[in-house]
Unconditional design. Structure first.
Length: 197
């Protein structure tokens, strides 16, 4: 696919309104990608702040994720090197408790295969959260997110499963000290190498 056709695909995705009848607001697909990207971050779906800004991870979760990766905002938002492709491109709305709903189920089957077929330079895929892990790891995923992340060495060097960087997961990080002690140093080295190549 030429650059022009890839840009047309991104335009088509950003104009998608397939899930509009199920959303409590106007759809606003949010993603960042260039064919030259070497690292892809696969998240869940935009939250309220990202829906408002149109830029992924413009919230405390993004600050924490950048810290985990050992990169600054300028590097993080360099589309030529890093693609950000959530499982659902639109904010799915909130549940009764004020938490984000799961990504809409229409999105991934409609767009992921087409998009990833064009991201041919990807060397490292970060799977942030259970929805990303379920889609990309399929039957290689473990029974729980914790078990999947703990088995991170089994998916390398091209995939790294991560918990969601939400501050709501402070207890998870504290309960699983191996995450910061063992996984994050390796992750930072891999990210640095992939972005430098």
């Amino acid at each position: 696919m030429s650059r022009t056709r890839f840009d047309a695909l991104l335009t088509e995705i950003r104009a998608c309104r397939v899930c509009a009848p199920q959303l409590p607001h106007e759809p606003r697909p949010v993603l960042r990608a260039r064919r030259s990207a070497r690292l892809v971050i696969v998240g869940q779906a935009p939250g309220t702040r990202v829906h408002a800004s149109g830029t992924p991870f413009t919230d405390p979760s993004g600050d924490r994720l950048r810290s985990w990766l050992g990169i600054d905002s300028e590097t993080f938002y360099d589309e030529a090197r890093i693609a950000i492709v959530p499982m659902g491109f639109c904010f799915p709305g909130l549940d009764a408790n004020g938490g984000d709903l799961p990504p809409r189920k229409e999105c991934a089957p409609l767009w992921r295969e087409k998009l990833f077929a064009e991201l041919k330079e990807i060397k490292l895929t970060l799977l942030v959260g259970q929805y990303a892990q379920a889609w990309h790891l399929k039957d290689r995923r473990k029974a729980t997110l914790t078990e999947t992340v703990k088995a991170w060495r089994e998916y390398g060097p091209d995939h790294v499963p991560l918990p969601h960087p939400s501050w709501r997961n402070n207890a998870w990080v504290k309960k699983n000290p191996w995450f910061e002690a063992e996984l994050l140093p390796v992750l930072r080295r891999r990210v640095a190498k992939v972005l430098a190549d």
